[in-house]
Unconditional design. Structure first.
Length: 243
């Protein structure tokens, strides 16, 4: 963590009004107590109204607050549109996070900018993303982050349900294509990179097996493969996304 980010987080943690000991701050920031004492001293010298002392705890004077968020009209429009798109097309956790972020932004905006927010006429219909797909998106995202191998039944676009195949894959990343989410993965069943449409995935099972990214099978390798083949990351998802 950069020192500037750490100083900002200290101020944020002290805004609650409750005493925070150097030990508690150090544990949250994953630094030594000595580093916290030094940071507190530097913040006080810079004019931050931090009260307290070593061995007792620290807090921020209650009459102090950070300046309100200031955005240009274009910046505010981009933030709101992005949050609304996530609310519509994201997983359950991402959608909840977007709603919370919008509420936080609105709560600290100056009155004139709050009025601008109400006038933004860019929306995304929330009924387009079935709940089951939102749950699946969250599950696959966590599998990507955790490097967890998953299994599922997959039906290629245009194939009958009885032609579904069982796949075991190493999930790498998720991409959104104008209403369609796809999973980029190393398919252990096929021994090659594959792209899977989430709306064609069924019976997902997360295994207990954790994979270590191997040379030639990483997301970076996948992107190189996609650029070379020009069949994966195109303006729309391929009709037959997986072989």
């Amino acid at each position: 963590m950069r020192r500037a980010d750490r100083l900002f987080r200290i101020v944020q943690m002290l805004r609650s009004g409750r005493l925070k000991t150097a030990r508690a701050l150090a544990e949250r920031l994953q630094v030594s107590e000595r580093t916290v004492y030094r940071d507190i001293r530097d913040l006080q010298l810079a004019g931050q109204p931090i009260q307290g002392e070593a061995g007792v705890g620290y807090t921020l004077r209650r009459d102090f607050d950070l300046p309100p968020l200031l955005f240009t009209g274009q910046e505010l429009t981009a933030l709101v549109l992005g949050a609304r798109l996530v609310q519509c097309w994201g997983g359950l956790e991402s959608a909840q996070g977007a709603s919370s972020a919008l509420a936080r932004i609105e709560a600290v905006l100056p009155a004139e900018l709050a009025e601008e927010l109400d006038r933004i006429a860019l929306f995304a219909p929330s009924f387009q993303m079935p709940r089951a797909h939102r749950v699946l998106l969250d599950q696959l995202h966590m599998a990507c982050l955790d490097h967890a191998i998953v299994r599922f039944r997959y039906t290629r676009l245009g194939d009958a349900p009885d032609r579904a195949t069982q796949r075991q894959v190493r999930p790498l990343a998720l991409a959104f294509w104008s209403g369609v989410w796809t999973l980029a993965a190393w398919c252990e069943t096929r021994g090659d990179f594959r792209t899977f449409r989430l709306d064609r995935i069924d019976a997902l099972e997360r295994t207990a097996e954790i994979f270590t990214p191997r040379r030639g099978q990483t997301l970076k390798d996948y992107l190189k493969h996609a650029r070379a083949s020009a069949t994966t990351f195109t303006p729309s998802p391929p009709a037959s996304a997986s072989g």
